[in-house]
Write a protein that binds this ligand. Structure first.
Ligand code: DHB
Ligand code: FE
Length: 283
């Protein structure tokens, strides 16, 4: 695949460009059929917010030109998907899912890759023979908000490794490392064997990193598992699960943590395990 990262060192430009290529190929780019009224309304209101900020804080020509240079650089680094997913997607998700009564979701982020290998439950995600990290078992049941078991539901999962790197966005990892679709059984039960992901630092070497440094922010997201849970006749649930005790739960750079999404794993002989059930809204 052309979005695979081939450099030897992880770099912001490589992961940014990979995320940009992936988005271009995703089929999501031509979806909006907005009326001229809608485009005009949204563009006017966004610009009005910009004018207000300029007037309120007396933004200078030097600052305006620094912004121009930075915006140009975001495109050159391929970091628009990263920027939008970190600083905007959480509000889009909030609005899109406000009518739901089932499980909470959160942002997808820039690193979802479709067509991961599929396995029946109980499943072990594709991983290296010597995959570093504490073994983690995630299991539970997929039901509808009406209580019906979702036989054969798909629990798709992707996450960073013990070094905080995602396969296909950092060099040297097998294509589908720590990515897979697990098919639930007749009762909607699923079990996924994987390893504990590390907290994730958004790439610091590119323009998003420059903004973070210039503003004196930090670049971290709490450790997380990404999930897409689906079943026929149900709304797709895009979620992330976090871990109790993580220092970035209350200050996620992507503002994507919700209390309902925090796991409390318990120790086992070989690692940790946790149960998490999904409730899917009707389509
Ligand atoms: C980004 C990375 C993630 O893993 C995520 O979940 C959200 C955003 C990012 O780098 O933009
Ligand atoms: Fe992520």
């Amino acid at each position: 695949m052309s979005h695979q990262v081939t450099d030897l060192e992880p770099s912001a430009a490589a992961s940014g460009n990979a995320a940009t290529d992936l988005f271009r190929q995703s089929g999501k780019t031509g979806g909006a059929t907005a009326s001229t009224e809608r485009v005009s309304l949204l563009a006017n209101e966004v610009l009005a917010a910009v004018y207000e900020t300029v007037r309120k804080h007396e933004v200078t020509y030097e600052e305006f030109n620094a912004l121009k240079a930075w915006l140009i650089q975001v495109g050159e680094d391929g970091e628009w998907p990263l920027f939008l997913d970190v600083w905007v997607e959480h509000v889009i998700e909030e609005v899109a899912t406000s009518g739901r009564t089932g499980s909470k979701g959160t942002i997808e982020g820039p690193y979802y890759v479709p067509n991961a290998p599929q396995q029946a439950t109980p499943a072990t995600l594709p991983m290296r023979d010597d995959e570093p990290g504490t073994p983690l078992v995630l299991r539970g049941t997929v039901t509808g908000t009406d209580g019906t078991a979702q036989a054969g539901a798909h629990v798709e999962i992707w996450h960073a490794d013990d070094d905080g790197f995602y396969s296909q966005f950092a060099p040297g990892l097998p294509q589908w490392n720590l990515r897979g679709i697990v098919v639930a059984d007749e009762q909607g039960n699923y079990e996924i064997n994987t390893v504990q992901p590390a907290p994730y630092q958004i790439p610091t070497g590119g323009s998003c990193g420059n903004l973070i440094t210039a503003a004196g922010w930090h670049a971290w997201r709490p450790a997380h598992l990404h999930l897409k849970v689906s079943a026929p006749g149900r709304q797709l649930l895009t979620a992330q699960l976090y871990f109790e005790g993580d220092s970035y739960l209350s200050n996620d750079i992507a503002s994507a943590v919700k209390p309902e999404l925090i796991l409390r794993p318990t120790p086992t002989d070989s690692g940790r395990e946790v149960t998490y059930d999904f409730l899917l809204d009707p389509a």
